[in-house]
Design a protein around this ligand. Structure first.
Ligand SMILES: [Zn+2]
Ligand SMILES: [Zn+2]
Length: 535
C-alpha cells in the first residue's frame, strides 16, 4: 500500500505531492471477507488544499490500486507515463471517477511543475512496463524516489538500465534517495529478465503434450517471453484469464508491446491438438477464481488437463500464498500433470534490485542520505545499514513518520495518523474498528443467539429461544436444546432479583452460554443476547 507524501515550504504549510496510492490484499487468516486494504489517507484528505498532484511510478496494484477509491476526496491531477496512465484511467472509471484526471507524461527531459516541485519520470527496469523513478527538483535540492526497480541490462521490454544516465543525474547533485528495499537481503547481483529465455524456450520445446504457464499478468515481458517460446515451438498461443487479456491489450494499445505472437481464443484452443497448444494463464498466486485454479479443478473453457501435460509457474510465490499454490500443485499432480515451479531458479527472476545493485545505485546517485522504503521492517533496516556502510546518513521511517530531510541528517519530526483501512463490501472500515475482529471470533468460536422474554413484572415467561451457528453438537443432544435447558434453569434459580436490569442480564446470560458451551463442547462462541420486556 504505497503512499508517499513529499512537502516543500514553511513548516506546517508545505505544498505537497503524493507519490503512488496502492492497495494490499486481504487474506482469510487475518482479514476474512475484506475486499481490499488501503492506507489510512485521513491526514492527506484533511490537508488536501495543500496537495498539488499525484504521481504514479508504475502500474502495480500496490502503487495505484487505491487511486479510484480516494481520488474524489483528493481531486488533484494525476501524472503517469502512458502505459501506467491507461491502467490508472481504468482504476478511476471503475469507481465512477473522471478518467480525464490522469495526464499521460513522457519521460525526462519532460518536466511536470507541481507547486514548488519540478518532477520528471526517469525510466528504470522493473517487472512491469514503463516503471519510473521520479526526479524531484525543489529550491532546497534534488530528491530521487526510486520506485520499484532493478538494474536490468536486458529487460525484454523497455530500455535497459542506463548507468550513464543515472551517473549524470548523480553528478548534478542528489540530496536524498528514497530507495526500494525489497531485495536488500539478496547477496548476489540480480539476473536479467532476458537471462531466462533460453531455459523457458528449452522447456517448452521439450514438452510432449500441452503446456500451461502462469505468471503475473502485469509482467508483460514475461508473458511475451512465454508466448514467444510457444511460437518458436510451433504452438498456438492462448491467453486465459481476464487480467491477462486486459494487460496485454493495454500494453499493445500504449505501444510498449510489439512483436507479440498471434493468439487464439479459448474455443479455438479447446480444438487445438495438445502438442500444438501453449496456454498462458492468470493465477500464479493460487487465486481461487483465476484460470490456474479452474484448470487444476477440472474442465475450464472446454480444456481439461491430462497426464503428460506441463504446468509452469514462471513466478515467485509471495509469502502468505504458499498454501493456495501448493493446493493447486497437488490437484495438478493428481491429474498427472508435470508441475515446474519456483523451486528452481531457471524460470523466474525478481523485479527488484538486490543488495549489490542497491549499493551501485547509491554510488551512481551519490546522495547525502538514503531513506529505505518498500519492504518489511527487516528489509528497511538492512538497507539503512548498507547505506551507512557507504558513508551516507539513513533512517528507518515507519508508516506515519514525517521526516525532515532538509539537512544532511534525516530526522523524524512528527507522526501523523497512519494504518490500514479495509474496503469491506462497499464500506471503508478502520482496521481497529472491531468488525473484522468480531468476524474472526465468530469464525474461530462459532455464534450463539439467545432471546429471552420477560413480562412487565420482570417474571421470566419461560419463553427462551436459542440458535447456534458453526458449532458442533455434543454427543447425545442438540446444543440448542441443552443451552435452552441450562439457561431456563439459570433464570428460574430461586431468589433471582436481577431480571429487571436488561444490560446486566444480557451480560450474565452471555457468560452462561460461553461457560456452558465450553463445558459441553470445549468452545467459547460469540454470543448475542436479546432481552425483551412485555408491556
Ligand atoms: Zn511495489
Ligand atoms: Zn512494482
Amino acid at each position: 500500500m504505497n503512499a508517499y507524501v513529499y512537502g516543500y515550504g514553511r513548516r506546517g504549510a508545505e505544498r505537497l505531492i503524493l507519490v503512488d496510492l496502492g492497495v494490499a490484499f486481504a487474506d482469510m487468516e487475518s482479514t476474512p471477507g475484506v475486499d481490499l486494504i488501503f492506507p489510512d489517507m485521513r491526514w492527506l484528505i484533511d490537508n488536501r488544499e495543500r496537495l498539488e498532484a499525484i504521481f504514479l511510478t508504475h502500474g502495480h496494484e500496490d502503487h495505484l490500486g487505491a487511486l479510484g477509491h480516494f481520488w474524489s476526496r483528493l481531486r488533484v491531477p494525476v501524472y503517469a507515463r502512458p502505459f501506467t496512465s491507461l491502467l490508472a484511467r481504468g482504476k478511476l472509471s471503475e469507481q465512477g471517477q473522471p478518467e480525464s484526471a490522469v495526464h499521460s507524461v513522457d519521460p525526462r527531459p519532460a518536466v511536470v511543475p507541481a507547486g514548488p516541485f519540478q518532477v520528471s519520470f526517469v525510466p528504470i527496469p522493473h517487472s512491469i512496463p514503463e516503471s519510473s523513478a521520479l526526479l524531484m527538483e525543489t529550491p532546497a535540492g534534488r530528491v530521487v524516489h526510486s520506485g520499484d526497480f532493478k538494474l536490468d541490462p536486458a529487460p525484454v521490454i523497455g530500455p535497459p538500465f542506463d548507468a550513464e544516465l543515472w551517473g549524470a543525474i548523480g553528478k548534478q547533485g542528489v540530496h536524498a534517495l528514497l530507495c526500494d528495499s525489497t531485495n536488500s537481503f539478496s547477496p548476489h547481483p540480480g539476473r536479467s529478465e532476458a537471462s531466462i529465455i533460453p531455459a523457458i524456450d528449452r522447456l517448452v520445446q521439450d514438452a510432449a503434450q500441452r503446456v500451461v504457464a502462469t505468471t503475473f499478468a502485469s509482467n508483460v515481458a514475461r508473458v511475451a517471453t512465454l508466448a514467444r517460446a510457444g511460437q518458436k515451438a510451433g504452438r498456438s498461443v492462448c491467453l486465459m484469464g481476464r487480467a491477462m487479456q486486459r494487460m496485454i491489450a493495454v500494453a499493445r494499445q500504449s505501444g510498449v508491446l510489439q512483436d507479440f505472437p498471434e493468439t487464439i481464443r479459448a474455443d479455438q484452443a479447446a480444438r487445438t491438438p495438445r502438442e500444438h497448444l501453449m496456454l498462458i494463464v492468470t493465477g500464479s498466486q493460487g487465486e481461487r477464481r483465476a484460470a490456474s485454479a479452474q484448470l487444476a479443478n477440472g474442465t475450464y473453457n472446454g480444456i481439461d488437463l491430462q497426464a503428460g501435460d506441463l504446468f509452469l509457474f514462471s513466478s515467485k510465490t509471495i509469502p502468505g500464498n504458499e498454501k493456495s499454490v501448493i493446493q493447486i500443485t497437488n490437484q495438478l499432480s493428481r491429474l498427472g500433470v508435470d508441475v515446474v515451479d519456483d523451486t528452481t531458479d531457471g524460470y523466474h527472476v525478481s523485479g527488484h534490485a538486490n543488495r549489490p545493485d542497491l549499493r551501485r545505485m547509491h554510488d551512481l546517485l551519490n546522495p547525502a542520505m538514503v531513506l529505505p522504503m518498500h519492504g518489511e521492517h527487516r528489509h528497511l533496516r538492512a538497507h539503512a545499514a548498507l547505506a551507512q556502510q557507504g558513508g551516507r546518513t539513513s533512517l528507518i521511517a515507519t508508516n506515519g513518520s514525517v521526516v525532515d530531510i532538509t539537512e544532511d541528517v534525516p530526522q523524524v519530526v512528527e507522526t501523523v495518523p497512519s494504518g490500514r483501512v479495509y474496503l469491506d463490501g462497499k464500506v471503508h472500515i478502520g482496521a481497529l474498528d472491531g468488525v473484522v475482529r468480531d468476524r474472526l471470533r465468530m469464525a474461530m468460536g462459532g455464534h450463539v443467539v439467545v432471546s429471552v422474554l420477560l413480562d412487565e413484572a420482570q417474571n421470566f415467561l419461560e419463553d427462551l429461544w436459542v440458535e447456534t451457528m458453526g458449532l458442533a453438537e455434543p454427543v447425545g443432544a442438540p446444543l440448542d436444546a441443552y443451552l435452552t435447558r441450562a439457561l431456563t434453569e439459570f433464570l428460574q434459580e430461586p431468589g433471582r432479583n436481577d431480571l429487571g436490569d436488561g444490560q446486566k442480564l444480557e451480560r450474565k446470560l452471555r457468560r452462561q452460554v460461553r461457560e456452558r458451551c465450553f463445558q459441553a463442547i470445549g468452545k467459547k462462541p460469540q454470543v448475542a443476547v436479546v432481552v425483551s420486556y412485555l408491556g
